[in-house]
Design a protein around this ligand. Structure first.
Ligand SMILES: [Zn+2]
Length: 395
């Protein structure tokens, strides 16, 4: 029948776009079925982005369009419109928060995928949205439309479960069977459940969001089975429900092709953050939390040829998400007098070198020593500071 999508219904104080959709679907009149649930992450630098910067969409199958539209109209007025203008100040986020401006759209047919590519790689304004068959609200219509326009040429899955309203209200600590999660995490299709390096659990959000956990997987089957296993454990709290979403997470859809550059200058800043300036003037940032990217960036020297990828910030600098060394410039040093095992000394500019011990002269002024990079291939940030959109390197 068509596609329904929502965005921008959440704010720092609460609310959650996935839960808004779950509630809506649960209350649909009888006679409608959902063929696909989608969770689509958008441009990570969008100025008005919501917390996870994700929009949700569903494909609805049914017969009575007029009835469905009547339901949606009422649902919008009762449940979504009241969220407009919600804003919460938080010291945890230093970015200014925009008030919630929910949007809901209905399309009989998916709009051109070009709009999705715009929305996942750039800032898009409300004027650019393709015309929906029916739409409600404000800024949230951008992400909502993008979620429907997503061609899903590559995708993964995320099974999201929501807490009982009572647990959300009480803000009680989330109960998830972490021993079982460790086993589930071993499944080859599941990914980003835990960060073994920092020993952190990545499936549960913090704060008063209604999500209990989101389990990511490369296949629908594994997402569903693993989620159900976790939910059946007596050590996991009771839930309101769960849904397996098809998502653009871990697809690298936000990135263009890899770029090449030659290092001109390296500046190491606070907390080990590195600013790399390339010979063409392009600045690259490797932030302290980017792990091996930062480690590799700190090792670089002028002349090194590198390949990289990332998004361009407002100031024109690229925030590195992938980095590798193509060719390193060798270190140069004075050769040694082999019999004496002493480093030769220069006798002046363009003069030969001389051994300070046996006084013999040498015409070779330098020898070159290859610098072996600490990582042979691509590096990326550790799982707990990687973007939802980033594809793990091992894939
Ligand atoms: Zn000598």
């Amino acid at each position: 029948m068509g596609w329904l999508a929502l965005d921008d219904t959440d704010h720092l104080g609460g609310g959650c776009t996935t839960y808004s959709m779950f509630e809506l679907v649960r209350n649909l009149p009888s006679g409608y079925t959902i063929e696909e649930y989608r969770l689509v992450r958008l441009y990570p630098f969008a100025s008005r982005r919501t917390r996870g910067n994700a929009a949700v969409a569903v494909k609805i199958v049914g017969n009575d369009y007029a009835e469905l539209l009547g339901f949606l109209e009422q649902w919008w007025i009762d449940k979504l419109l009241p969220l407009q203008g919600e804003i919460t100040e938080s010291e945890q986020y230093n970015r200014p928060q925009s008030p919630t401006d929910p949007g809901m759209v209905w399309f009989h047919d998916r709009p051109d995928e070009e709009f999705y590519w715009q929305c996942v790689r750039n800032e898009v304004s409300v004027e650019k949205i393709p015309t929906a068959d029916k739409s409600w609200g404000g800024h949230g219509r951008i992400g909502a439309t993008a979620a429907i326009a997503w061609p899903a040429s590559s995708y993964t899955f995320e099974a999201i479960s929501w807490r009982k309203q009572d647990s959300v209200n009480k803000s009680s600590k989330r109960q998830v069977d972490l021993n079982l999660l460790a086993i589930i995490d071993e499944h080859p299709d599941n990914f980003m459940s835990r960060d073994l390096r920092s020993n952190s659990v990545l499936i549960s959000p913090r704060g008063n969001c209604p999500v209990l956990f989101g389990l990511r997987s490369r296949t629908y089957e594994s997402a569903k089975t693993s989620c159900e296993q976790l939910l059946q454990s007596p050590n996991t709290e009771a839930i309101e429900g769960y849904v397996v979403f098809k998502t653009n997470q871990a697809t690298d859809d936000h990135l263009n092709d890899d770029m090449d550059g030659t290092v001109d200058e390296i500046q190491i800043k606070k907390r080990g953050t590195v600013k790399i300036t390339c010979t063409n003037g392009q600045d690259l940032m490797a932030f302290s939390e980017s792990g091996d990217i930062k480690n590799l960036a700190q090792w670089l020297k002028p002349g090194d040829k590198i390949q990289f990828n990332g998004l361009t910030n407002d100031d024109g600098a690229i925030h590195l998400e992938k980095l590798r060394v193509i060719k390193s410039t060798p270190n140069q040093r004075r050769p040694k007098c082999i019999p004496c095992n002493v480093t030769l000394k220069s006798m002046g500019k363009n003069q030969p070198l001389r051994c300070p011990q046996c006084r013999e002269k040498f015409t070779q002024r330098w020898e070159y020593v290859k610098r072996e990079p600490p990582f042979e291939d691509w590096v990326q940030p550790p799982a707990d500071s990687r973007r939802h959109l980033s594809m793990p390197l091992t894939w």
